[in-house]
Design a protein around this ligand. Structure first.
Ligand SMILES: [Zn+2]
Length: 475
C-alpha cells in the first residue's frame, strides 16, 4: 500500500500524474448567451477542499482496514493532501442578467473527477499499487468481457495489460439538453429530474383553475382526477434558512451545512400551464399510473375537462414504452475483434417516464420464486449502474453491481435516504452484472420502496420525438 500514516492523517506516497493538472483555460470565458465562467483554485485549507480530503480519507481508511493490516485511528481518517499533481478547482458560472450562479468542484489529475465519490475507486487503485484494473468511471471500465446476456449472469472483468495513459476524451453530445442534471448526473440530487413525467397534485399548484379540474368518480367506469401528468422542465435548488426547513429540504452532499429546498417547474400536459411545486405535490407516474377504461376515448359525451385529461394520459401511456439514451460519449473500441463490440456509452437514459443516470440504484424486473438462485448464487433485485451502453447486437445494456435490499436501519434521518437501507452486493468483487434493457423495471424511490411496477420499453425515440409525443416544447 502506497500510504503513510502520520499524526495529521493519511499521506499518499504515489501518483499517476506528472507535473500538476489544471483546467485548460483559467481565465474567465464568456459564452454566446453572455454567461461568464471561470475556474478558481482551492487550497487544502479551504473548507471545501477539507471536505474532499475528509471524505476520501474516510473511504480510504475503510479500505485499508479491510485489505491491509495498517492501523488507522478515527482522528486520522483524513488525507493530508491529494496525491501529487492532483489539484482541486471550483468552476464558477455566473448567468447573465440573473443572480443565479453555479459552483462545481473538480479534482484535476489523471482525469477530471467530479466528486470525492468519483475519485474514490481511482485513489484506491492508486494506493494498492495499480495491480488490478481501476474501477473508476474513466479508467478501463468499458473493457468488460461479455456474457450470454442472460439476466443475472456475471461478467468477469478483464485486466487491461496495456493501460494507456491517454485520457479518454468524453465527447459529450448533449442532445440539446444542457441541463446540469444531465451533464452532471452525480450532482443531480433532486428527487425528480428534468425531462421526467410526473403526476402533479392539482390542489398544490396555486392555480384556482386547476382545483376546478378535480373530480370524483361516479362509478367504477368513471375517471377520478386529482393528479395531472406533467413534464419537468427545470429543477431548482434554493438555499434556505433553517427556520423554514421541512422534510422537503436536503443537505447537498458536496456543500455541507447548506440546506436546500428543491422546486420543480412543470409543464402540465394538454393544459399548456406551467406550474412550480415542491416534491410533496408530486408522485412518480409508476406509483399512480392511470388506466383509461376501454371505450372511454370514444365517448363523445365526456366533459371537455375529462377529454383533455384522457388525451394527457394517452400521451403518457405512449411515452411509457419508449426509451431515449441521452448524453453519449465515444468510448474506445473493444480489443476483442471476434466480438466486434463498438460501444456507444451513455451517461443517462430516459426510460418511459423516468430518467436514469449512471450510479443510480435501479429496480430489476422481479423474478419468480424458483429463479431466485442462479448456479447457487442469489439473483439481484437491484443494480447500482456503472455503465449504460449500446451493444452492437444486443441493444442497450447496463453493467453494475447486483444488489439485494436488506433491512431498514433504525433511527433513520427525517428524510429517508438510500443509506438507511442495508444493501447486499451479490456479485464477487471485481466482477459485474450485465443487464439487458428488458430486465430493468425502473428507478428505486426511497419514498416508495415497495413499488413493483414495470413497463416494457420497446420503442427507441429521439429526444425531440419524445417531446412531440408529449406535446411539449423543449427549449
Ligand atoms: Zn481510475
Amino acid at each position: 500500500m502506497y500510504v503513510e500514516i502520520t499524526s495529521k492523517g493519511i499521506n499518499i506516497t504515489t501518483t499517476d500524474v506528472i507535473g500538476f493538472s489544471k483546467p485548460i483555460d483559467m481565465s474567465p470565458i464568456k459564452d454566446g448567451s453572455g454567461n461568464v465562467s471561470y475556474y478558481q483554485r482551492l487550497t487544502n485549507t479551504d473548507q471545501r477542499a477539507e471536505h474532499w480530503l475528509q471524505r476520501l480519507g474516510a473511504a480510504l481508511a475503510n479500505y485499508l482496514r479491510e485489505y491491509s493490516n495498517i492501523v488507522i485511528s478515527k482522528e486520522n481518517e483524513v488525507l493530508v493532501d491529494f496525491p501529487e499533481g492532483y489539484v482541486l478547482y471550483q468552476h464558477n458560472k455566473e448567468y447573465k442578467g440573473s443572480a443565479k450562479t453555479r459552483h462545481d468542484r473538480y479534482l484535476f489529475g489523471a482525469y477530471k473527477f467530479r466528486s470525492p465519490k468519483e475519485f474514490e475507486p481511482h485513489l484506491i487503485w492508486l494506493v494498492s499499487g495499480r495491480v488490478n484494473s481501476c474501477e473508476c468511471l474513466y479508467c478501463g471500465s468499458g473493457s468488460k468481457g461479455y456474457n450470454k446476456g442472460k439476466r443475472g449472469e456475471l461478467t468477469e472483468e478483464k485486466i487491461i495489460n496495456t493501460r494507456s495513459k491517454k485520457k479518454l476524451r468524453d465527447e459529450v453530445e448533449t442532445n440539446g439538453m444542457e441541463s446540469e442534471n444531465i451533464n452532471k448526473p452525480k450532482f443531480a440530487k433532486t428527487l425528480y429530474r428534468r425531462g421526467e413525467v410526473v403526476m402533479v397534485n392539482l390542489n398544490a399548484t396555486g392555480n384556482e383553475q386547476h382545483i376546478k379540474l378535480i373530480r370524483y368518480a361516479a362509478d367504477d367506469n368513471d375517471i377520478p382526477i386529482l393528479y395531472w401528468p406533467g413534464v419537468i422542465l427545470e429543477t431548482r435548488k434554493v438555499p434556505i434558512t433553517d427556520n423554514i426547513s421541512d422534510d422537503t429540504t436536503s443537505i447537498n452532499s458536496d456543500d455541507y451545512n447548506v440546506v436546500y429546498k428543491a422546486y420543480y417547474k412543470i409543464h402540465l400536459l394538454e393544459l399548456s400551464d406551467i406550474v412550480q411545486v415542491d416534491r410533496k405535490s408530486l408522485l412518480p407516474w409508476l406509483v399512480c399510473r392511470v388506466e383509461i377504461p376501454e371505450g372511454f376515448n370514444k365517448n363523445e359525451e365526456l366533459e371537455p375537462n375529462v377529454k383533455t385529461y384522457v388525451r394527457a394520459i394517452d400521451r403518457v401511456n405512449k411515452i411509457s414504452h419508449t426509451y431515449t439514451p441521452v448524453c453519449s460519449y465515444k468510448h474506445r473500441e473493444a480489443k476483442d475483434s471476434s466480438e466486434k463490440l463498438r460501444l456507444q456509452k451513455y451517461n443517462a437514459i430516459l426510460l418511459g417516464t423516468e430518467m436514469i443516470y449512471r450510479n443510480d440504484y435501479i429496480r430489476l424486473t422481479p423474478v419468480d420464486v424458483n429463479e431466485k438462485y442462479n448456479n447457487g448464487q442469489k439473483v439481484p433485485e437491484y443494480l447500482l449502474i456503472s455503465n449504460i451502453y449500446q451493444h452492437s447486437t444486443k441493444g442497450i445494456q447496463f453493467t453494475g453491481a447486483g444488489l439485494l435490499r436488506g433491512m431498514l436501519y433504525k433511527g433513520h434521518s427525517k428524510r429517508r435516504t438510500l443509506s438507511d437501507y442495508e444493501w447486499i452486493t451479490v456479485n464477487e468483487p471485481g466482477s459485474e452484472y450485465t443487464i439487458d434493457l428488458q430486465d430493468i423495471a425502473g428507478r428505486f424511490y426511497v419514498l416508495f420502496p415497495n413499488l413493483m411496477e414495470k413497463i416494457d420499453w420497446t420503442s427507441p425515440k429521439k429526444l425531440d420525438e419524445r417531446f412531440i409525443i408529449l406535446g411539449v416544447k423543449w427549449k
